[in-house]
Structures are given as structure tokens and as C-alpha cells.
Design a binder for this molecule. Structure first.
Ligand code: APR
Ligand code: ZN
Length: 280
């Protein structure tokens, strides 16, 4: 049962590594090695990107069928785009909020929450805005790019989490531009657009966590959007290990110690079982 799973998990490496049994063997060893390293780590953190939510039905940004193949980031995800055409940007964000609002955490999100409970993972640093780590039960969560369910005022300090306030559905039904209940100015999504700085506290905390980590588990990110993509590099530069899970090689792959090719949900499910066995 494990063998067939592994073959499926690592099918993408078959060309490079040759015959199937070799792929299978290499990856079983890799999985065990990754599980051992995580179980033995002193301070491990996870760093996640859109790929971890792909199995929850949320499109990634890059790659096959990625969002940025169909839409231009500069027309939808920049402050200039919002100034130029707030209607278009809000239409896009309402569509994404609706889609993400229906999504459920998958086995990868749940496995990370479980690893935190087991004391293996100390924090999850995410570039995702979809809230699925929180829904899965992750406690120490650093959201580098904001949260799609939060809106904030373009003039005053007003912020609202539409999921918490129970207003998400009515907000999505409205078609007019949303305005601030305090000052009447235009509201915007509380996410980080291209060209904008990351929230200082979140970035500081992420860098501090990376500096003290002896292992980082990187899941489903192309690793090319900075400053977030510095995080695994900080761990590596400080002598820590980097384990990556991705369906294909990424900008992080050149620095990894272990690369587990495959879908985040499948691999994390297997990994958490093996770590559980090691920690019995
Ligand atoms: N399991 C694991 N990895 C996957 C899966 C899966 N099921 N599906 C896709 N991937 C991988 C892809 O191979 C790719 O490397 O996930 C990665 C997704 O990359 P991006 O779409 O670039 O997402 P991300 O790295 O999170 O993007 C960073 O860019 O547009 C911005 O602000 C946005 O936070 C985002 C940032
Ligand atoms: Zn306001």
C-alpha cells in the first residue's frame, strides 16, 4: 500500500531517477528521512504558499492554470490598479472571497495543525490569505500577505473581518463599492498587493522565527516572491535544514536538503503518520 502511494507521490521524478523501483526506494527513504529530521528537530517551522491550498480547490497564482495566466496582476493586485479601477479589483476580490469562503482545509493543513499539537512544528508562516491554516487549527500563524476575509479603510484605521462579523454573505451579494462605516471612504481588501510593504509585525516575527529554526518545511510555493522567499534562505544560511514539498521544482529547490515531489495533502498525510510512529 505504501509502495503504490509512493510511486504516485513521486511519479514526477521517474524520468530523472530512472526505473520505477529506484524512484520508489529513493522516496521511501526520503520520506523516512524527512520524518526523522522533523521528529528530532529542536525548533521547526513551516512555510507555505498557494500550492498547499490547491487540493482545497483554490487556484494557485503561477504554473498550469494559475490565476496569473488568466488575469494580469498589474490590473488586479496593485495599489495603482485599485486607484484606476476599484470596481474591477473589487469584482475580482469578491469572486475570490466567494470561492475561498467555500473551501475547506485539506489533509496538508490538518497535518500541520496536528504537528503543532505534537510539538513538532512551532509556527506556520504563510503567504496565503485564505484562512485555511486557522480553520485547520494552526495556532501560531503568521500571515505575511494579509487575509482575504478582512477589509480595511483607505482613510481611517477601520478594519473588519467579514467572517468573524458574520457579514461575508451580504458583503458578497452587494455590487456597489464598499464604504467605511466610520468615515465613508472606500474600503479595500486587507491583503498585500505587488509593490506594497508587508505588515511589519508579521515580517519581523517571521524573520525572528526563521533565525532560530533548525528546520523549515516549505510547502507549495514557487519561492520567487520577496521578501517572503528570504525565509527558507535565512534558515539555510544559519545552518538549518530545508525540506520541500512541491509538485515541481521551485525557486527554493536549489537550497533544499530533501525534496519530496508530489501533492501536499498526500505527502503530509504520510509524513505525519510516520512522525507519529517515531514519537510513540
Ligand atoms: N501540492 C504541492 N505543491 C503544489 C500543489 C500541490 N497540490 N499544486 C501546486 N503546487 C506548487 C506549484 O508547483 C508552485 O510551485 O505550488 C506552488 C504555487 O506557486 P504560486 O502560485 O507562485 O504561489 P505562491 O508561491 O504562494 O505565490 C507567492 O505571489 O501573487 C503572489 O501574493 C501572492 O502570496 C502569493 C505570492
Ligand atoms: Zn474609514
Amino acid at each position: 500500500m505504501i509502495a503504490s502511494k509512493i510511486i504516485r507521490v513521486c511519479a514526477g521524478t521517474s524520468k530523472r531517477l530512472g526505473r520505477i523501483f529506484k524512484v520508489c526506494r529513493v522516496d521511501t527513504i526520503m520520506m523516512n528521512k524527512a520524518a526523522e529530521l522533523l521528529a528530532r528537530s529542536r525548533f521547526a517551522v513551516a512555510f507555505t504558499g498557494a500550492g498547499i491550498s490547491a487540493e482545497s480547490g483554490i487556484p494557485t497564482f503561477r504554473g498550469f492554470n494559475g490565476l496569473w495566466k488568466h488575469y494580469r496582476p498589474e490590473e488586479l493586485a496593485t495599489p495603482e490598479a485599485f486607484r484606476r479601477n476599484p470596481e474591477l479589483v473589487w469584482e475580482f476580490y469578491r469572486w475570490r472571497m466567494g470561492l475561498i469562503g467555500k473551501a475547506k482545509p485539506n489533509r496538508a493543513h490538518l497535518a500541520l495543525a496536528e504537528l503543532e499539537k505534537m510539538g513538532v512544528i512551532k509556527a506556520v508562516i504563510t503567504q496565503n490569505v485564505d484562512d485555511l491554516h486557522r480553520e485547520a487549527g494552526s495556532r501560531r500563524l503568521i500571515e505575511l500577505h494579509g487575509n482575504i476575509f478582512r477589509v480595511r479603510c483607505t482613510s481611517c484605521a477601520y478594519r473588519e473581518n467579514l467572517k468573524d462579523s458574520g457579514r461575508l454573505e451580504s458583503f458578497l451579494r452587494e455590487e456597489k463599492l464598499p464604504s467605511c462605516p466610520i468615515c465613508g471612504s472606500l474600503l479595500r481588501p486587507d491583503v498585500v498587493w505587488f509593490g506594497e510593504p508587508l505588515p511589519v509585525n508579521a515580517l519581523d516575527e517571521a524573520f525572528r522565527l526563521a533565525e532560530r529554526s533548525d528546520l523549515i518545511l516549505v510547502i507549495g510555493t514557487s519561492g520567487i516572491v520577496y521578501p517572503a522567499a528570504y525565509i527558507p534562505r535565512i534558515v539555510k544560511d544559519r545552518g538549518g535544514m530545508v525540506i520541500e514539498i512541491n509538485t515541481e521544482e521551485s525557486g527554493i529547490t536549489p537550497i533544499v536538503d530533501i525534496f519530496l515531489m508530489g501533492k501536499a495533502g498526500e505527502i503530509m498525510n504520510e509524513l505525519v503518520k510516520r512522525i507519529g510512529e517515531l514519537m510513540k
